[in-house]
Design a protein. Structure first.
Length: 64
């Protein structure tokens, strides 16, 4: 999964609230912001699927 980076300017009080919420839910602030955006989109009727990440580990050897 490729993530797109961009600058986000937040009011310091909003950022502090996001950090507190993230800590309470054992997430990073970045992951918490993504969850909040997804929830807001969902409430507006926009369903965004979670992109699958890349497969990890070595490829299987084909045994014949």
């Amino acid at each position: 999964m490729t993530k797109k980076a961009f600058a986000l300017r937040l009011d310091p009080a909003v950022h502090a609230a996001v950090e507190r919420l993230a800590a309470a839910e054992l997430r990073s602030a970045n992951a918490q912001i993504e969850m909040l955006v997804r929830e807001a989109l969902s409430r507006r009727g926009i369903d965004v699927p979670v992109t699958k990440g890349p497969k990890r580990g070595r490829p299987r050897k084909d045994t014949e």
